[in-house]
Design a protein around this ligand. Structure first.
Ligand code: OS5
Length: 233
């Protein structure tokens, strides 16, 4: 079993590299991929750099070049739902691109012909996540995640995203990863820990909590890896 773990920023994968310890570094497509063996499984870890296009390149590379059979994303997100606080863990049930707009042709936001507004995450990986959370007494919030090539720091914009996509959290890579994985039939899972409220203080909150929230997300991903590997034995 070959499993990919992907982040967007160095801070999002550093706790994982620290945990797994010994890895090989392979450079490809102007990016670094960290490969390691763990309890009989192969793991490939990479951060994509920010945004949908970078995320698309990295997810595609993890699948097509490295042969990963499952992809787990670990990182941080901005909260839309007012109940979400810094450090909370959210998992995507489905994802949409909030900046995709051909409404001029009568289509809904987030839709392109021959596509769909939402990309669904893998139900089996969500089930594993929920059972890990139950066992460890961790609260996981299942929600729709909206993705776009914008750091959202404006209440009006986040309210629009909430209204239009019914999303509880937002970020800049998830829907791209989802599209790649669904197109290539690779089960994927998107986990994010809240770093900010996507409001006027977002950039300050993000700077303050990026590292701690990224660690919370990475810690949960490690527990999921243990569970996935146990199940394949
Ligand atoms: O990957 C981007 C999306 N992430 C989730 C997120 C988010 N997305 C949209 N809106 C929000 N309110 C969100 N909150 C969390 C986080 C990340 C956001 S973009 C952050 C860019 C920060 C930065 N810029 N320069 N550096 C860091 C320093 C630097 C310099 C050279 C090389 C690498 C980093």
């Amino acid at each position: 079993m070959k499993i990919a773990i992907m982040g967007a920023m160095p801070e999002e994968i550093e706790p994982l590299l620290e945990y797994f310890g010994k890895y090989k570094t392979i450079e490809y497509a102007k990016n670094k991929f960290y490969t390691l063996d763990y309890k009989g499984s192969e793991i490939v870890i990479a951060y994509s750099k920010i945004g949908k296009v970078n995320a698309t390149i990295t997810a595609t590379t993890l699948i097509e070049k490295f042969g990963c059979e499952k992809l787990l994303f670990s990182g941080v997100a901005g909260a839309i739902a007012s109940s979400l606080k810094v450090g909370d863990l959210v998992i995507a049930t489905k994802l949409s691109q909030h900046d995709l707009d051909i409404t001029a042709f009568g289509h809904p936001y987030g839709y392109v012909p021959e596509g769909s507004v939402y990309e669904e995450a893998d139900k089996e990986l969500i089930k594993i996540a929920k059972s890990v959370a139950l066992k460890e007494g961790i609260e996981l919030i299942e929600t729709i995640i909206a993705t776009g090539d914008q750091f959202i720091c404006e209440v009006e914009k986040k309210d629009w995203i909430q209204k239009t996509f019914d999303a509880g959290a937002l970020e800049m890579e998830g829907a791209a990863v989802a599209l790649v994985c669904n197109a290539l039939d690779v089960p994927f899972f998107i986990l994010r820990s809240i770093s900010d409220a996507a409001d006027m203080d977002a950039s300050f909150s993000f700077d303050e909590f990026l590292e701690s929230s990224a660690k919370i997300s990475a810690k949960f991903i490690i527990s999921m890896i243990e569970s996935i590997i146990d199940k394949t034995k």
